[in-house]
Design a binder for this molecule. Structure first.
Ligand SMILES: [Cu+2]
Length: 669
């Protein structure tokens, strides 16, 4: 039995599908001494093991229990803000979601006292999708005789031609799967058994499987579409590199000014922050502060991706469910891939192993899961040409990048937090990997079926349509502008007449309004003059006696335009607004709620703002959704060139002057 299990796990690694990170799981920790403690350090392997041991000893878990979550339960914010590095460590607690005998439980375990603080059943809630369930669903479907029949109808044999990879299922009315831990399973014809990929989808075929019992609830065997020929360069066979070009290198800058300590504190120029790996969020960046030369200024208590939503726009019933919420369903940390020096990050970057909890109460290590590096951008930090002496004065720009890359099935997302000497933080996501594709009969747009084949996507290669879709990344931004007493304001620009002898007739003036309550920030798209959102601290002043703020410089991102009653949209209502504003609450962490897997409504942001609490001079959290429409195109084939989106958090009236002037950024001087 054990051999069989190991074989299954080895196979899972070989046949990488939407879950590509199935691990040989063990509870045995590999302890690493943590020399410098921070209240935000992720649970150590010993701590994770202590949690599962305590739950088992007290009869709240057993060897069959699966753990969807074992994570740090952060100490109260007030305690963390008071804590200084010389102080003794704050009490350590863990938050746990476990699945036992078909029921979901939440538990809090106090690690400092080795005792369970609470355990509560959460009826009807499903934890995140775990390896063991994913493998059970895949194996059950691949053994089902109905699959064999459906494949034979398409001229395929299960044994050597086919890979089935379960997806999160979503929740739709009339599915009669209540209480079931279901996954929906599409299949692919393997291009090359040693290099499996998703290049040849088998259309019209899908399994619906209870991933806990292994029961195949239904097999959909609908339209038969001929498979496309194996596409050159799509998948792990990779396109052949083109002609060499001369003299371009990346990453010659070295680690330069960055200092890493503990698990993991980062200091770079005037910045200091903490970063930790998280199964669900990927990376969590905390305690972001900037030294202005006189004192350490609070900028963000915490920043992380809180949820994703990727709805496809294809009405075929084997496609409509593809409305993925990968952070809450699988986990961006769980699906983080190891980084390759010289491609993913400069050779000289610091590569950090990520320790993450597994499904069985232990941990595993994602080697080189995160990288941190300093780089010259090739742009001027500032410059000015003086005609008098014909000289360009200026400084080159440099920045610090903190990066990880979750691989969510066909997509890879390069997730960056970028810090600049000017006090700016950029949140960036670069989407790459493969478009999700359908097999079609059309070879080009003159084919008789081309018009019908391309209503919901583009022909990106012969026989291959990539369905249109959206990508949404919701960030939970617990920003603290110089402390926790903050108000969100909106600057709008009002055309104003000029009534004097100058001859000028109009200009604009600024009107600043406060947001008084929690809620979605509704953008007026008719306001062509634009608007600026700033998080102000009304109680402090810079030396010019201005109230400091952080300017949320978002671009014209997409927001979801799906019908609010469409089942996937009802689960991901956060995506209907670019910004939401809430008061800080320690248990309000995820934009679509704690349990988005198989959920029917968004238990996150809409619920958090339901009581519309006062939001002036309070501890506030900004929720920002970076969204983009992906209108697919042949240039996405064979591999999507990294498609970047970003937003910027800029200080405004925060410093007394440009804080980068403290440094000479020009290495040649
Ligand atoms: Cu896309």
């Amino acid at each position: 039995m054990m051999m069989f299990r190991l074989l299954c796990l080895a196979l899972a690694v070989l046949l990488a599908g939407p879950i590509s990170n199935a691990e040989a799981q063990t509870k045995k920790p590999k302890p690493k001494p943590i020399l410098i403690y921070s209240p935000f350090d992720a649970l150590t392997p010993d701590e994770v093991l202590a949690v599962s041991d305590r739950l088992e000893k007290d009869g709240k878990a057993d060897e069959k229990t699966l753990y969807g979550v074992i994570t740090l339960l952060e100490p109260p914010k007030a305690d963390v803000l008071k804590w200084k590095p010389k102080d003794k460590p704050l009490p350590r607690q863990a938050f746990v979601v476990l699945r036992r005998d078909g029921k979901t439980f939440e538990a809090v375990v106090d690690l400092s006292q080795d005792k369970i603080v609470s355990v509560a059943e959460k009826p009807g809630e499903h934890p995140m999708i775990m390896d063991r369930n994913w493998l059970r669903a895949r194996d059950a479907f691949m053994k089902d005789p109905r699959l064999k029949t459906a494949l034979e109808k398409r001229g395929l044999k299960l044994d050597d031609d086919v890979l089935c990879t379960p997806n999160s299922a979503g929740a739709f009315p009339g599915e009669n799967t209540k209480g079931r831990h279901i996954l929906k399973v599409p299949c692919f014809s393997l291009v090359n058994r040693l290099h499996p990929n998703l290049a040849r989808p088998i259309e019209g075929l899908m399994g619906i499987v209870d991933a806990e019992t292994g029961e195949v609830l239904d097999v959909w065997d609908r339209e038969v579409v001929d498979l496309p020929p194996p596409p050159e360069g799509y998948g792990d066979t990779l396109p052949k590199p083109g002609k060499p070009i001369a003299g371009v290198g990346i990453g010659v800058q070295g680690q330069g000014n960055m200092k890493l300590s503990g698990n993991l504190n980062v200091d770079w120029l005037n910045w200091s922050f903490h970063v930790r790996a998280d199964k669900r969020a990927g990376m969590i960046v905390s305690l972001v502060r900037f030294n202005d030369g006189k004192k350490l200024r609070d900028i963000a208590y915490q920043m992380n991706i809180s949820e994703m939503f990727v709805p496809y726009m294809d009405p075929n019933p084997t496609w409509t469910y593809r409305t993925f919420m990968d952070a809450g369903e699988f986990g961006l940390g769980y699906l983080t891939s190891s980084l390759r020096a010289g491609v993913d990050c400069p050779d000289t970057a610091a590569f950090i192993d990520m320790t993450l909890p597994n499904d069985i109460g232990g941990t595993y290590v994602r080697e080189r899961g995160m990288c941190i590096f300093e780089r010259p951008t090739g742009d001027p930090a500032w410059r000015h040409y003086t005609s008098g002496n014909k000289r360009v004065n200026g400084q080159p720009q440099i920045e610090l990048v903190v990066r990880h890359i979750p691989t969510l099935g066909n997509y890879d997302y390069v997730v960056d937090y970028v810090f600049t000497p000017q006090g700016t933080i950029k949140l960036r996501v670069g989407a790459t990997g493969f478009d999700a594709i359908k097999s079609v009969a059309s070879t080009d747009m003159d084919s008789p079926s081309a018009k019908d084949d391309t209503i919901h996507g583009a022909l990106i290669a012969p026989y291959t349509v990539a369905s249109n879709h959206d990508h949404y990344f919701n960030y939970r931004l617990d920003l603290d502008t110089d402390g926790t007493s903050n108000t969100l304001v909106r600057d709008t620009f009002v055309p104003t007449p000029v009534d004097n002898e100058s001859g000028r007739k109009s200009l604009w003036t600024v009107k600043t309004q406060r947001f008084l309550k929690e809620g979605p920030i509704v953008t007026d798209h008719a306001d062509m003059a634009g608007q600026i959102l700033r998080l102000v601290n009304p109680n402090t002043k810079n030396s010019l006696k201005q109230t400091p703020s952080l300017w949320l410089n978002a671009h014209h991102d997409a927001q979801s335009i799906l019908d609010a009653t469409d089942p996937p949209q009802a689960r991901a209502q956060f995506s209907a607004n670019q910004f939401w504003l809430t008061r800080f609450k320690p248990n309000e962490l995820w934009a679509a709620g704690l349990y988005p897997n198989l959920s029917t409504v968004d238990e996150g942001l809409p619920k958090f703002v339901g009581d519309a609490e006062n939001a002036t001079a309070e501890d506030l959290v900004i929720w920002y959704t970076m969204g983009f429409r992906h209108l697919t195109r042949p240039e996405d084939f064979p591999i999507l060139p990294t498609f970047w989106h970003e937003m910027t958090i800029r200080p405004a009236f925060f410093f007394d002057r440009d804080p980068s002037m403290t440094f000479n950024l020009d290495q040649r001087n």
